[in-house]
Write a protein that binds this ligand. Structure first.
Ligand code: NAD
Length: 480
């Protein structure tokens, strides 16, 4: 095997960094500067075969013999390794994805806590037992579902790798994870750290590669028992079709167009900065970005003015600067796509109040953008823009707010701002979304189930429920 240098990143298969057998090597550039970042190996079909074989061998070998207490210790050890290497990981992720390092540091904290949460949650894996009458007695066994094929997008490569890996490993599955071909570096480094802390070879394999090629091949692979996918709704539908052939277990975490509802009785000093954070965090490249702000009519003009003022003051720039609040988008083509939506909004009669033009230069920067005078039927209110662009839509009353909030194909997240607690709870029940926040903007916490209604997918991440999705239940019936 040739030596992989610091600026060349191999595949990670069977406990070691390895060159592709039939894949290719591609040059990566830093989104914020356009400068070369390194060469990355992309997995071909034979590489995916090798990874699945290694995962299967681990599942039937050392990993199967590893007791839950040892799995828990390993998950804690990996959490410790992330803490010990957080500076390197934060820089690697920031350079690869382009977003602000302040965001990446928060994501790293969560990455650590995900492993710690599932290290403890292992204790909850248990079957049950009871007499059935007569001479029969029943007990159940919880067994790992097998080899998990996991696919993640480019927007949170490190954090989402930990969302996927931690429950799978806690349940005793082995994993072949495919990061996006543009952003594989932190997942590769994470796998190296896992090997260093003692995860047996083959338990974690990382195969960066193209979606319709490497990704589709992994989903269809007969050696994969369960597919866990995070990405767009369109790709999710294709993954569902591919997984149906082998009747694979499947979870889908897909897109969103989440509403942020602001009632006239809300505390605006809290609601405005929090609503600004809810869309521009990670430069709007978040599945749960609150990209539709619904505002009660009497408040609308004041809200648009104060929100736009705050958005226009956000510090956009070098993602490695600690004070930067909005870094680069992931690539120039993605920036062009985002700008295309803004242009579409203009064509449809909406008003761009702030931002709305790409920033000149080599990086893929786009300014925080506010689009007002939006009707919920417009493209900018219905389609996931996935950039720092918010649409502000007026509503008349509570009933109208619920109608507009639910009038999209997605249902991932919603936030409600109101001074009336009862109203908050009423809305939480009537909005069709996997998570509803009341008077607080945050979305994903280790231990709290996260996932979609409607076309935002099915299955849950981060919670105890997630463990169940990596386990089979076997019933044993005994004649006593
Ligand atoms: P995408 O669907 O284009 O790609 C996601 C992943 O799927 C990538 O690794 C890609 O290579 C792979 N892929 C593409 N085509 C494939 C195929 N035919 N078979 C198998 N794999 C394939 O999405 P994206 O643009 O990279 O990511 C953004 C999307 O992800 C947004 O829609 C966002 O809302 C969603 N997302 C959802 C969550 C969530 O938890 N619900 C979290 C983050 C991102």
């Amino acid at each position: 095997m040739a030596v992989v240098t610091e600026r060349e990143y191999g595949l990670f298969i069977n406990g070691e960094v390895t060159e592709p057998v039939d894949g290719e090597v591609r040059e990566l550039t830093e989104p914020a500067t356009g400068e070369p970042l390194g060469k990355v190996a992309l997995a071909g079909q034979r590489d995916v075969d090798r990874a699945v074989e290694a995962a299967r061998a681990a599942l039937e070998g050392d990993w199967a013999k590893t007791p839950p207490t040892e799995r828990s210790r390993l998950l804690h050890a990996l959490a410790d390794a992330i803490v010990a290497n957080r500076k390197e990981l934060a820089e690697l992720e920031t350079r690869n994805v382009g977003k602000a390092i302040s965001s990446v540091k928060a994501e790293l904290n969560q990455a650590v806590e995900n492993f710690r949460y599932y290290a403890s949650a292992i204790a909850s894996i248990a079957g049950r037992s009871n007499p059935m009458g007569g001479s029969l007695h029943f007990y159940s066994l919880k067994e790992p579902v097998g080899v998990a094929g996991q696919i993640i997008p480019w927007n949170y490569p490190l954090m989402l790798a930990t969302w996927k890996l931690s429950p799978a490993l806690a349940a005793g599955c082995s994993v072949v994870l495919k990061p996006d071909e543009a952003t594989p570096l932190s997942a590769l480094r994470l796998a190296e750290l896992a090997a260093e802390v003692g995860f047996p070879p083959g338990v974690i394999n990382i195969v960066p590669g193209g979606g319709p090629t490497t990704g589709a091949y992994l989903v269809s692979h007969p050696g994969v028992d369960k597919v866990a996918f995070t990405g767009s709704t369109t790709t999710g539908a294709e993954v569902m079709r591919l997984a149906s052939d082998g009747i694979k277990r499947l979870t889908l975490e897909l897109g969103g167009k989440s509403p942020n509802l602001v009632f006239a009785d809300a505390d605006l000093d809290d609601a405005i900065p929090s609503s600004v954070w809810s869309i521009y965090y990670a430069a709007g490249q978040s599945c749960e970005a609150r990209s539709r702000v619904l505002v009660e009519r009497p408040l609308y003009d004041e809200f648009v003015s104060r929100f736009s003022d705050a958005a226009g003051k956000l510090k956009v720039g070098d993602p490695l600067e600690p004070e930067t609040q909005v870094g680069s988008l992931v690539s120039q083509p993605h920036r062009d796509r985002v700008h295309g939506f803004v242009e579409k909004g203009r064509e449809e009669g909406a008003e761009v109040v702030v931002g709305g033009e790409p920033v000149n230069g080599k990086g893929a920067f786009y300014p925080p953008t506010v689009i007002a005078k939006v009707d919920n039927a417009m493209t900018v209110a219905q389609e996931e823009i996935f950039g720092p662009v918010v649409t502000v839509i007026p509503f008349e009353d509570e009933k109208d707010a619920i109608r507009i909030a639910n009038d999209v194909r997605y249902g991932l997240m919603a936030t409600v701002w109101t001074g009336d607690p009862a109203k908050g709870h009423r809305l939480a029940r009537r909005i069709k979304a996997g998570t509803v926040g009341i008077n607080m903007p945050y979305t994903a916490f280790p231990g709290i189930p996260f996932g979609g209604y409607k076309q935002s997918g099915f299955g849950r991440e981060l919670g105890l429920e997630t463990l169940e999705l990596y386990l089979e239940t076997k019933s044993v019936i005994v004649s006593t």
